[in-house]
Write a protein that binds this ligand. Structure first.
Ligand SMILES: C[S@@+](CC[C@H](N)C(=O)[O-])C[C@H]1O[C@@H](n2cnc3c(N)ncnc32)[C@H](O)[C@@H]1O
Length: 284
């Protein structure tokens, strides 16, 4: 098909919208129930790129397994919201720092022990690198010999490629303390910086769908940090995913979610912390 013969698809009909919404929500958890225009925009953009001009045949193309899976991943990349930044939700990071100081001070410093942290829905990596900087500082401060291991997962392959590269516009780090900028980044060129390899080596970036327990790391975590992922998830689904995350926490481990992001969730195996500036839970 030539560029000039491409016919942009019309408005999604209600039936088409329902089918797309159901498929996306079932597979990713992301619900577009109140967001038809966002869904339609993402679909149109991707359909234009691949030259697809009707919603039905494109639907069949991405729905088939395994043939459609590669295009499916491309579409998910297009429609997922990947906005992020270093130390986003400042209070959550402050609270994690306080928690780590406390936990590490009390924990044994046995050689071979690890501090395991999971950044869920890590997008382009800023959150995972922020956690890595914060935990490294705490380990150094306490002169602990714990080994830091960060797992960072996301459903979007394109976001993960950026994360693994660890290269960012200079403007993205200008609000970080100078000591962090000089210690953890090197200049890549006039406009970009790169995370130092010593920090990169502490992080394993992997593709994972938070809805699927089998995509969780095989280890229990000291901290699970999951912020701004549930924004488009329906409440019942949020609760199921959170219950699964609790299964991945060590006893006494911390689950940090975005402030006010989830309401009405209770799980007998965790207790809400007393810090009201954040939404966090400790495993009993
Ligand atoms: C708005 S970003 C938030 C990034 C980071 N957590 C933060 O707070 O800055 C949401 C991320 O969640 C990811 N995401 C959405 N649904 C997901 C799912 N089912 N499994 C894993 N990641 C998902 C998106 O790809 C996106 O990168």
């Amino acid at each position: 098909m030539t560029a000039w013969s491409y016919k942009a698809p019309q408005e999604l009909t209600n039936d088409q919208y329902t089918r797309w919404q159901n498929l996306l929500e079932e597979r990713t958890g992301i619900s577009f129930l109140q967001h038809k225009s966002i869904l339609q925009k993402g679909l149109r953009q991707r359909m234009r790129e691949v030259g697809a001009d009707d919603y039905e045949s494109y639907f069949e193309q991405v729905r088939t397994v395994p043939e459609g899976l590669i295009e499916w991943m491309q579409l998910v990349d297009r429609i997922s919201v990947k906005e992020t930044s270093f130390f986003r939700e400042e209070y959550s990071f402050k609270s994690v720092q306080k928690y780590l100081l406390n936990r590490l001070e009390r924990s044994s410093k046995k050689t071979g022990s690890t501090l395991d942290i999971w950044s869920v829905g890590c997008s382009t990596g800023e959150e995972a690198y922020s956690l890595a900087m914060l935990a490294s500082e705490t380990i150094d401060y306490l002169k602990s010999d714990l080994f830091l291991a960060i797992f960072a997962t996301d459903i979007s392959q394109s976001a993960l490629s950026v994360a693994r590269e660890g290269r960012y516009a200079l403007s993205k780090i200008n609000k970080l303390p100078k000591s962090f900028r000089t210690k953890y980044f090197t200049k890549a060129n006039a406009d970009e910086v790169e995370v130092i390899s010593k920090l990169k080596q502490r992080i394993c970036f992997a593709q994972g769908n938070v809805q699927l327990p089998e995509h969780s790391p095989q280890l229990s975590m000291d901290v699970i940090f999951c912020q701004n992922v549930f924004v488009y998830f329906r409440r019942e689904r949020q609760h199921i995913v959170l219950d699964n995350l609790v299964e991945n926490l060590k006893p006494g481990g911390l689950l940090m979610i975005g402030p006010g992001e989830v309401v009405g969730w209770h799980n007998a195996r965790v207790k809400r912390t007393s810090d009201n500036s954040v939404q966090s839970y400790i495993k009993c």
